[in-house]
Design a binder for this molecule. Structure first.
Ligand code: AMP
Ligand code: GLY
Length: 420
């Protein structure tokens, strides 16, 4: 079979490495892929948002199955168009992808189906938002409605910060049309848990739990990023919490989406906060998380490609999905200055013995040399028998990779270790 993976980050690299284990796969294309992915797949220079070209490529190259793992093409309808062209896909259609594509949709959806989440208000008008913020309780949370590369959330400590955030989103339009509407919501406290799940619209199977680290600096300081590291499993996700989540969040979400005629197939991601009142949904994503995927997939004992096809064919209930009884830690190495200003173009040196543990995100090949080309450059995953050992080994590997302006957090997993 020929498979096409649409995207070009560390997450896609991890997915490609994992589906390669399936013997029925002959060729894997990555659109656009990146300099590191080119060692595991055939990279084709088509942008992930160029849906018409993606469909044309699939038709002209006998693509039998497409994996759409990045948010923009899903929200823009890549699965709809590929399916119409006869190419089966892993991922939701655009009607279902709206669960991530619009925060206003997802908040209204949760309210309608009684799914626990933060209290909120929606604003389409800049002045009304400011008026509301004058009497708000602080801290408060301000979110752009649409996609914003994971950076559309502001936690404001006071009115000044809140009004600045609203100005940036609604007037300055730093996220473009994504900022036409905003959600202002209650600030919640508690440990965060990421649950990625496989679903075919009928059955939902949560993967092993994980914990992302979104802030740029140690101690969860600095601006939000696309994710600076992750660990799995997440100790805060106890069996008791898992049971509550299945009953009050996961099943109601699948059933609610069906009731809305937005049947969801693919990977549904639940960003949860374990509050004093129980688990609440912070966000939904319509795809695998990054860097959670790089942390989780090395623990998956079952065949990822078989699972993906079962979500498309709606035969997920027939599969037994197994995860290793081990621990995993993933550390993201970024360019110093990310997510703000950073320099790129530096050669990356990776010792050959740890290459298999590395997924490349922001790097390209220049004269056959891998050089940095993005904010998040690569991630390193280490699996071991305890969380302590997984973290220690990941840091040892991180110290062996070299590129100028290399930056990484030194405390990935430390809050998970505090759980007793
Ligand atoms: P999101 O992109 O919606 O996941 O938000 C990014 C990050 O902002 C989350 O991982 C949380 O750390 C934080 N966040 C989002 N919503 C809230 C909230 N209602 N209360 C507290 N923190 C939040
Ligand atoms: N790790 C969070 C995300 O993928 O959005």
């Amino acid at each position: 079979m020929n498979v096409m993976v649409v995207g070009g980050g560390g997450r896609e690299h991890a997915i490609i490495k994992k589906i390669k284990e399936n013997k029925s796969i002959e060729k894997i294309y990555a659109l656009p892929g990146n300099g590191g992915i080119s060692e595991d797949a055939i990279c084709i220079g088509i942008d992930a948002k160029n849906i018409d070209e993606i469909v044309k490529f699939a038709k002209n190259n006998n693509v039998d199955y497409a994996v759409i793992s990045t948010d923009d093409p899903l929200v823009m309808g890549a699965v709809d168009k590929l399916s119409d062209a006869g190419v089966p896909c892993f991922g939701p259609n655009s009607k279902a992808a709206v669960i991530e594509g619009s925060k206003v949709f997802s908040k209204k959806f949760m309210k309608k189906y009684n799914i626990p989440t933060a209290e909120y208000e929606v604003f389409e008008n800049y002045k009304s938002a400011l008026e509301y913020l004058k009497n708000s309780k602080y801290p408060t949370v301000i979110k752009a409605d649409g996609l914003a590369l994971g950076k559309g959330v502001f936690i404001a400590k006071n009115y000044t910060e809140a009004s600045e955030a609203v100005y940036l989103i609604m007037q300055d339009k730093i996220f473009g049309e994504s900022g036409n509407k905003i959600v202002i919501e209650e600030y919640l406290c508690g440990p965060e848990v990421s649950i990625l799940s496989f679903t075919d619209g009928k059955t939902i199977i949560p993967m092993i739990s994980s914990m992302d680290h979104k802030k740029a600096q140690d101690g969860d300081k600095g601006p939000n990023t696309g994710g600076m590291g992750a660990i799995a499993p997440n100790p805060y996700y106890t069996e008791k919490i898992a049971k509550i989540c299945m009953e009050k969040i996961f099943r109601p979400t699948i059933e609610g989406m069906n009731a809305e005629k937005r049947e969801f197939k693919g990977c549904l991601y639940f960003g949860l906060m374990i509050t004093d009142q129980g688990p609440k949904v912070i966000e939904y994503n319509c795809r695998f998380g990054d860097p959670e995927t790089q942390t989780i997939l090395p623990l998956l004992d079952s065949d990822l490609f078989d699972i993906m096809r079962a979500t498309t064919n709606q035969t997920l209930s027939q599969l037994k999905i197994k995860f290793k009884n081990k621990f995993s830690c993933c550390i993201v190495l970024s360019s110093k200055g990310y997510p703000q200003k950073y320099e790129t173009g530096f050669e990356i040196q990776i010792p050959s013995d740890i290459k298999k543990d590395i997924n490349i995100a922001g790097a390209k090949k220049e004269n056959n040399v891998l050089v940095t080309s993005g904010g998040r450059v690569l991630s390193i995953t280490n699996v071991d028998n305890s969380l302590e050992a997984a973290i220690k080994g990941a840091y040892e590997k991180a110290s062996k990779v070299y590129f100028e302006n290399k930056y990484y957090r030194k405390d990935i997993g430390s809050s998970a270790l505090k759980f007793r």
